[in-house]
Design a protein around this ligand. Structure first.
Ligand code: 6PG
Length: 452
């Protein structure tokens, strides 16, 4: 009898299965799309013929981890599977599911006396194989049932803790994963913009830029995505023997988690401009070439490497802070017992965001979300401004860097502009405005256009 059933033996599912086996967990797999796979599903662990077979091979209470494509396939399998399960069995959805779907599926599971866990898993194939970060949320006691099986296969941080965290209700794990992905989009876009500045404004070669990113990798604002950017720039194309980066079509894909996060932020009334800029920038790549604006520019602003780092650092911090603030708002809105420092801790290893900044944020967030950005961090503002000015004169598009600067400036009270919005609202719609010098709501007798 197996300790866990694993449905979906694609890249992530198979890697998780091998990780579990390495940790002494007996796995029985099942591939719902086996008949469509190029190669037969075989391996070094038992594979069930169908769902009833899988269920009979598991020790009760059964734990079944689903690693299938998010969306309707998850519902279809839960619906078939639940007919064979017994009260107390736990269905775990390890895909990138929408958090509201996890809530709905948990309610459905409870109506059938089953348990459900929405489990965000990050780290790609290598993470799944050797230690991912896992963000769980589930129905009563369900996470405690799965933790002894799954926590030991999670990534381990330098202090020895495992990146497996129970965030409470069924929707919370996938919400945390969704925000992780939105920050991932933001940091990836920032790195793409730095690449663009170095390449088009600075005239640097791929290998020079690879060196630049590699030199940042171990610094506080370095980390896995910075290191990955260096790796991408160094990859040789096996078709042309040139740099692969020069052959990759500049059209960005996206599966939805970034977009979901922006929608959720809007619903929560949270400003996440860098995260949104990153999603919009990906969408815009699909339309590249529609307009023929000459990018030729006489002025090439070559930013010193340290200025680029400082600009990236502050923009990255603003990106993370936006995601974390959105999590704080969701926690308050949904009354989730979600601890922001625990979120930063679970992201320290295994996941795509991993890097030294998370160690710092894990400590800072013990003091609450307002401690995420510290005053000395703002010393990077002049660098960010100069890099943006250089980008503008060099005709390089940097929406995420720009959004980060506007975000930080929007948080400052030095040069407000919303008095104009309030004046306009009252002038055309009598919406009222507050005054700086006295409390209350005021209306002005606005002069009409004809009076002029
Ligand atoms: C991870 C990643 C992983 C994947 C996302 C984003 O944490 O391991 O976030 O889940 O990269 O699915 O994919 P898209 O860029 O295609 O939206």
């Amino acid at each position: 009898m197996a300790d866990i059933g694993l449905i979906g033996l694609g890249v992530m599912g198979a890697a998780l299965a091998h990780n579990l086996i390495d940790h002494g967990v007996e796995v029985c797999g099942f591939e719902p799309l086996a008949d469509q796979m190029a190669r037969p599903v075989t391996g070094d662990f038992p594979v069930a013929a169908d769902l009833p077979d899988l269920v009979t091979r598991l020790t009760p209470p059964r734990v079944i981890l689903m690693m299938v494509t998010a969306g309707p396939p998850v519902d279809a399998i839960i619906s078939q599977l639940s007919a064979y399960l017994s009260p107390g069995d736990v269905i775990v959805d390890g895909g990138n599911s929408h958090y509201q779907d996890s809530q709905r599926r948990a309610e459905l599971a409870v109506s059938k006396s089953l348990s459900f866990v929405g489990l965000g898993i990050s780290g790609g194939e290598a993470g799944a194989r050797f230690g991912p970060a896992m963000m769980a949320g589930g129905t009563a006691d369900s996470v405690q049932i799965i933790a002894p099986l799954l926590a030991p296969i999670a990534a381990q941080t330098s202090d020895g803790s495992r990146c497996f965290t129970d965030f409470g209700p069924p929707a919370a794990g996938h919400f945390v994963k969704m925000v992780h992905n939105a920050i991932e989009y933001g940091e990836m876009q920032l790195l793409a913009e730095i690449f663009g500045l170095g390449k088009y404004a600075g005239g640097q070669s791929n290998s020079q830029l690879a060196e630049l990113f590699a030199s940042w990798a171990d610094r506080i604002y370095g980390g896995y995505l910075v290191e990955t950017s260096a790796r991408v720039l160094r990859q040789v194309d096996d078709q042309t023997s040139g740099d692969l980066i020069d052959q990759i079509a500049p059209v960005a894909g996206q599966k939805g988690t970034g977009r979901w996060a922006i929608t959720a932020a809007l619903d929560l009334g949270q400003a996440v401009p860098t995260l949104a800029a990153a999603v919009f920038a990906r969408s815009l790549t699909v339309r590249a070439g529609e307009q023929h604006i000459s990018a030729a520019s006489d002025s090439h602003a070559i930013c010193p490497a340290e200025q680029l780092y400082d600009a990236f650092a502050l923009a990255k911090l603003a990106t993370y802070e936006q995601g974390l603030r959105m999590l704080a708002a969701a926690t308050e809105h949904h009354k989730w017992p979600l601890d922001l420092a625990a979120v930063a801790r679970v992201w320290r290893a295994g996941c795509i965001l991993r890097g030294p900044l998370l160690e710092t944020l894990a400590i800072r967030l013990e003091g609450g979300i307002d401690a995420a950005i510290d005053d000395p961090d703002l010393a990077g503002l002049p660098a960010l401004r100069q890099v943006l000015a250089g980008a503008a004169t060099s005709a390089v598009s940097v929406p995420a860097l720009a959004a980060s600067l506007s975000y930080l400036e929007g948080l400052s009270e030095d040069r407000p502009t919303a008095q104009m919005i309030q004046g306009q609202r009252d002038a055309f719609g009598a919406h009222g405005f507050a005054r700086r010098d006295r409390p209350g709501v005021f209306h002005a007798h606005w002069s009409s256009a004809e009076d002029r």
